[in-house]
Write a protein that binds this ligand. Structure first.
Ligand code: S3P
Length: 165
């Protein structure tokens, strides 16, 4: 079986759902953000501060190419779809799953969050980012799961049944 790649905006629950999915499928779980932090020994805000977003995107792309080689559940950062090369790559996968939520839900989930440099900006910028990325997520995914009204286990059940895993 190929890797299952979870994509979607910040705060949508990719890591939480990914961990539960990996447990249910008995597959390893990896989180690209976590791997970047481990490999660089820096936090994501620090990488943005020291080297900028462009550098972070490069690291993210390298990690994605590496982790996809193994069969596992992969949780990605919300901006993985920013680079065209990543979008082309994700499109070729069989199990790219878009976890979708309204901006309202995301606001509730990320209330008080200071750890995400691209969330930590004014409302108009957040809205612009959210709107622009929706088409990218749709474009590269094989499956979309609307998570607003679902519990973690309901989302996992849907992914397993829809992807016929
Ligand atoms: C980002 C999302 C974050 C992290 C970084 C950039 C983005 O991951 O990769 O802060 O550009 O949307 P999460 O989606 O897990 O919050």
């Amino acid at each position: 079986m190929n890797s299952i790649v979870l994509i979607g905006f910040m705060g949508v629950g990719k890591s939480t759902i990914g961990k539960e999915l990996s447990y249910r499928l008995n597959l390893p779980f990896v989180d690209t953000d976590q791997l970047i932090e481990e490999e660089t020994s820096l936090t994501i805000p620090k990488i943005f501060e020291l080297y900028g977003e462009g550098h972070f995107r490069k690291l993210e792309s390298e990690i994605l190419n590496k982790v996809i080689q193994h069969n596992q559940v992969i949780s990605t950062g919300g901006g993985i779809v920013e680079l065209k090369q990543n979008r082309d790559f994700l499109k070729k996968q069989d199990y790219t799953t878009f976890l979708k939520a309204s901006l309202n839900t995301i606001y509730q989930r990320l209330e008080g969050d200071q750890s995400r440099p691209l969330w930590n900006q004014p409302y108009v910028k957040r809205l612009e980012l959210f709107n622009r990325r929706q088409a990218f997520y749709e474009e590269v995914s094989n499956l979309t799961i609307e998570t607003d009204e679902l519990s973690v286990s309901e989302s996992v059940n849907l992914i397993i049944s829809q992807l016929k895993l």
